[in-house]
Design a protein around this ligand. Structure first.
Ligand code: NAD
Length: 386
């Protein structure tokens, strides 16, 4: 079998980087009791950089020992890229959402051997799921592998926006002490109304982490949380996002990108938010209307916007979200901490072992299988319409 992995480029300073820490904590189970990945072995030390080209997701030893071929590249977008060339004879494609190899319908149709597309991470919208369904391609992701990573990043961004942390940090870097200037947009989160659009693995983890801040919690999701979880979190459910956002000071987005969510946070919806609300999106960039976000920040309708998800990725140097006012954007990093990489690299190997040995892939890892949405995909995505 030929396995094609499209990974982000190595660090500019060379590979491997100098690590800040010697180890990472061992995590055996996720908050819902699901076990972390269980491959037959690992050819890497957890905590190493695995998501870049030289890291190879730690897969080469295992794949080559079993007689398979691994091709790794970061060259994915230009005309005649390595990705396009190698895809023509690939059986399996692995891609990370941070450096997405966009598996469009045209590419799927140009890949006659393709049977499996693995998302090393979570979020498979870079694959045309309708085309995968039609062509009998299995799409799998490493469910839960980086959910807590993203939840932590989200809480960091909410606090950074409300307290206006980044300009204060900049004053220090610049040698200044301009307190009046930088506290003019700084507030406490305590007492604010915070709403999650989507309360699955990440959204619920964000709500749970915010509860001790003594905020009022809200959410909307097409699947309502169990009553005991609503009671534990003290969170108010809203039937629609339109009902929820006017009641919130902070809105955080945690639903997947599909035809129901694409462009949902447009001029009209942003216009119903409280003046000076904050919006954080660590789900997918296309859920927000790019230019409407810029205008809302310029007019003061939004006091701040942060997130780590863009379209396209990598974002071009002139993407307006790089320079819009009051933003706290990062590149797509929240789900690819070294801690997360250890889990999703192990999960990628688990999925490959199952596929190559003809064993079933865990149901919770499946997005598309057998010509239909399956597993986690059937719960969270809607087919068609895009
Ligand atoms: P999940 O499947 O556990 O939860 C998604 C929730 O969204 C589900 O509860 C689902 O019912 C809800 N939902 C879907 N469509 C909806 C709609 N139209 N209206 C209301 N609710 C809707 O997924 P998760 O693990 O929490 O991840 C959520 C998303 O976060 C992923 O799909 C991915 O796009 C993104 N993500 C980003 C990163 C990152 O690095 N920034 C990492 C992991 C995941």
């Amino acid at each position: 079998m030929k396995v094609l992995a499209v990974l982000y480029p190595d660090p500019a300073g060379g590979y491997p980087p100098q690590y800040a820490r010697d180890s990472i904590p061992v995590i055996d189970r996720y908050p819902n009791g699901q076990t972390t990945p269980t491959p037959s072995g690992l050819d890497f030390t957890p905590g190493e950089l695995l998501g870049s080209v030289s890291g190879e997701l730690g897969l080469r030893g295992f794949l080559e020992a079993a007689g398979h071929k691994l091709v790794v590249t970061s060259d994915k977008d230009r005309e005649g890229s390595d990705f396009d060339r190698e895809l023509a004879s690939a059986d399996v494609v692995i891609s990370q959402p941070f450096w997405p190899a966009y598996l469009t319908r045209e590419r799927i149709e140009a890949a006659p051997n393709l049977r499996l597309a693995i998302t090393a991470g979570i979020g498979s919208d870079h694959v045309d799921l309708d085309a995968a369904i039609e062509h009998g391609i299995t799409v799998a992701e490493v469910t839960f592998s980086n959910s807590i990573s993203v939840a932590e990043h989200t809480v960091m961004m909410i606090l950074a926006l409300v307290r206006d942390y980044l300009p204060q940090w900049q004053v220090v870097k610049d040698g200044g002490w301009d307190i009046a200037d930088v506290v003019s947009r700084s507030y406490d989160l305590e007492g604010m109304h915070v709403g999650a659009f989507g309360a699955g693995r990440i959204g619920t983890a964000v709500l749970r982490r915010l509860k001790p801040f003594d905020v009022h919690l809200h959410y909307t999701d097409k699947h309502r949380l169990p009553p005991e979880v609503e009671a534990e979190l003290g969170v108010e459910w809203h039937e629609t996002v339109q009902d929820m956002v006017p009641q919130c000071d902070v809105v955080t987005i945690h639903a997947p990108l599909h035809h129901e969510t694409e462009g949902l946070f447009d001029e009209a919806l942003l216009g119903t938010m409280r003046r000076g609300a904050y919006l954080v999106d660590t789900a997918r960039g296309k859920i927000c209307d790019r230019d409407a976000v810029v205008r809302a920040l310029e007019s003061g309708q939004l006091a701040g916007y942060a997130g780590d998800v863009w379209f396209p990725q990598p974002a071009p140097p002139d993407h307006p979200w790089r320079t819009m006012p009051h933003h706290g954007m990062t590149p797509h990093t929240s789900g690819t901490s070294l801690s997360a990489q250890a889990r999703y690299a192990a999960g990628t190997r688990e999925i490959l072992e199952c596929f190559l040995e003809g064993r079933p892939i865990r149901d919770e890892y499946l997005i598309v299988d057998g010509g239909a949405l399956a597993g986690a995909g059937a719960h969270s995505y809607t087919a068609g319409g895009r």
